[in-house]
Design a protein around this ligand. Structure first.
Ligand code: ASP
Length: 400
């Protein structure tokens, strides 16, 4: 290929490759048309047969006909925020699933409500920024029947990173695109890129956090490090933010009547993190994992604890061995507890001083929310949306 080829926008390059003009290609992406429909669409049909396997993926999995009650599970914010509309994330996802929409499109449409709602300070637009005041977002998604996945990390300026993660799954041979590359990928596909995802409130809170953690106030970096978490939690309280949003994320997983399982996780990550810090949310096996024949698990809470133990993967493998979602999740929490030995991560009872939760469903339609400490999670079934208590591993509360 001539070097010049690489300087073309992605939509032009991929569009030309498969025989579609850039505008038509972007249209396909933005209308969230799925890969199979895309291949069946007009001009693409002719080139699909000859296209490399990596472009169009494998043949659709043949589904064993089964019937199961549809279900959506999510973190608690999935049954709280409506962004001025009438439905929460789990309600939206459930309504779309039961109307026959693709399950991944449904759960992503659900979390888009929370990503776009400035009132949730842990996700998308209005998410708390990094230590430099820049909102950096992480997301990943998995499609059970298609066995495809995609994610983005530390993307700036795009309000719905979940849709960019889906484009990574649908349109590339990759699973994760990060930073500036992720933003350029989104821009080339026609996503709006805005200069700043802060709200007035998130910016004011960051300025206050910055003032109180200014290194000039501390004799040594160690003295400062000791204070940062306390200051962060104090600023969260004073600005009326949910302390659960120091960490904070939305995970949403759905099961269709045909037994199709898909999931998505999206977050602004740890409040006032070191720029570039990436947690568990965009990492397959950590922030989200699923297997269409087994079930799905996703997480919110201290991402480092999850990354060290890859708990969503562990939970799905536990279910594969026959465990109920609740037992599979509690087992993963025990793993986290036993691997948490550093004093700075333990409270005065010697227990983990952080919160972490998992939202779990299996292919039979059973579900559970589990947490290191008491918390809640969201469920939507034919009986409507509910916020239920998680099964806690430990009594009491985390420091946050
Ligand atoms: N798990 C996310 C992270 O560590 C944050 C959260 O869910 O609270 O980035």
């Amino acid at each position: 290929m001539p070097a010049r080829w690489y300087t073309q926008p992605l939509s032009r390059r991929v569009g030309a490759w498969i025989g579609l003009p850039p505008a038509a290609f972007r249209e396909c992406v933005m209308s969230r048309i799925n890969r199979r429909q895309f291949v069946q669409t007009g001009a693409a049909v002719a080139v699909a047969a000859a296209a490399p396997k990596s472009v169009f993926g494998q043949a659709p999995t043949v589904m064993t006909p089964k019937s199961v009650k549809p279900l959506v599970v999510a973190s608690a914010n999935g049954n709280r925020f409506k962004n001025g509309g009438t439905q929460t994330a789990v309600e939206k996802a459930f309504a779309m699933i039961t109307s026959g929409a693709d399950v991944l499109d449904a759960v992503i449409a659900g979390v888009n409500i929370v990503e776009l709602d400035p009132l949730d300070t842990s996700v998308g637009f209005g998410g708390l920024p990094n230590a430099d005041g820049v909102v950096q977002l992480d997301s990943c998604c998995m499609h059970g029947p298609k066995k495809r996945a995609g994610g983005v990390a530390e993307i700036e300026g795009v309000k719905t990173p979940s849709l960019v993660g889906k484009a990574v799954a649908d349109l590339t041979d990759h699973h994760l695109i990060v930073g500036q590359g992720a933003q350029e990928f989104a821009r080339n596909l026609g996503f709006e890129v805005v200069p700043d995802l802060n709200t007035d409130t998130s910016r004011k809170a960051w300025l206050e956090w910055k003032r109180r953690t200014d290194p000039l106030h501390y004799l040594t970096p160690a003295d400062r490090a000791l204070e940062v978490k306390k200051i962060s939690l104090a600023v969260m309280r004073e600005f009326g933010f949910d302390p659960a949003h120091y960490y904070g994320t939305i995970n949403c997983d759905g099961l269709s009547p045909k037994g199709e399982i898909c999931g998505v996780t999206t977050t602004s990550g740890l409040a006032w993190k070191i720029p570039g810090r990436t947690g568990d949310s965009p990492i397959l096996g950590a922030g989200l994992y699923l297997d269409n024949e087994v079930g799905a698990a996703g997480s919110t809470g201290r991402g480092e604890a999850n990354l060290y133990n890859l708990c969503s993967y562990l939970i799905v493998e536990n279910m594969r061995r026959g465990m109920h979602p609740k037992d599979a999740g509690l087992d993963a929490l025990k793993r986290i507890q036993s691997n948490t030995i550093e004093k700075r991560l333990l409270n005065d009872r010697g227990l983990p001083n952080f919160s972490i939760n998992f939202y779990i469903l299996n292919a039979k339609g059973e579900h559970a929310g589990v947490g290191m400490y008491a918390a809640t999670y969201a469920v939507c079934t034919e009986n409507g949306a509910q916020t239920l208590p998680v099964e806690p591993l430990l009594q009491g509360r985390a420091d946050q």
